[in-house]
Write a protein that binds this ligand. Structure first.
Ligand code: HEM
Length: 185
């Protein structure tokens, strides 16, 4: 099942989110116009991000496998570029939900995920070419990243509650089994 279906991300739901954020055509056009400039800096920004992240032992532990690191860095570069890609379509929304699920499944704590979004926001604003480093651009970028964060956190939360429900079912089964075993004593 597609995640957009599972989370009922219908066209009207998407429009509601964009409407509340006041995220519209002008924002997407503004950001898409910067794609080339920012695109050139993205590899360096991603390299810098991992240098910073790996100063901390907790996130370092997530990347014991070096091959995985290369794959994730490439995915991260695509992700950042997609912030400057124009209006979000179905595939865009699906990918954001998937990103949330992946991080929840591998156990990346929210503080690192949300912190990383903040880190990238600040770094991307600093990377904007001088004349484009305006409040309008920063606000447009913030709105796009807020939409992404909403989507990622929703799938984070949903997986969490499913895992909790499974955990409860396992506990209930164990209690029932123990009761049966006690009867046989
Ligand atoms: C701005 C925040 C972040 C974004 C946008 C992001 C994005 C991504 C993307 C696009 C992937 C690839 C998913 C795929 O293979 O389809 C990925 C995978 C991964 N990310 Fe992140 N990430 C973020 C933060 C973090 C943080 C803070 C950590 C660790 C502390 C982390 C650890 C990982 C790991 C270990 C994988 C590989 C998962 C696997 O395939 O087993 N990410 N991330």
């Amino acid at each position: 099942m597609k995640l957009t279906d599972k989370f009922k991300l219908t066209d009207s739901e998407r429009d509601q989110r964009l409407g509340f954020l006041r995220l519209g055509r002008d924002d997407f056009r503004l950001l898409a116009g910067l794609r080339q400039d920012i695109g050139k800096q993205i590899p360096a920004i991603v390299a810098e991000f991992y240098d910073e992240l790996f100063k901390f032992s907790e996130p370092r532990r997530q990347f014991a496998d070096k091959k995985k690191l290369e794959h994730v860095q490439a995915a991260q570069r695509d992700y950042l570029l997609s912030l400057f890609a124009g209006e979000p379509d179905d595939a865009y929304i699906e990918q954001r939900l998937k990103i949330g699920e992946i991080h929840e499944r591998i156990g990346v704590p929210l503080k690192w995920y949300i912190g990383s979004m903040g880190w990238f926001f600040a770094r991307l604003v600093a990377a904007l070419p001088g004349p484009a480093r305006t409040p309008e651009t920063a606000v447009a970028l913030n709105k796009v990243m807020n939409l992404d964060l909403q989507l990622a956190l929703e799938s984070y939360a949903s997986l969490s509650s499913r895992l909790k429900a499974m955990d409860q079912r396992i506990k209930d089964t164990a209690t029932a089994l123990n009761a049966v075993l006690d009867q046989d004593k």
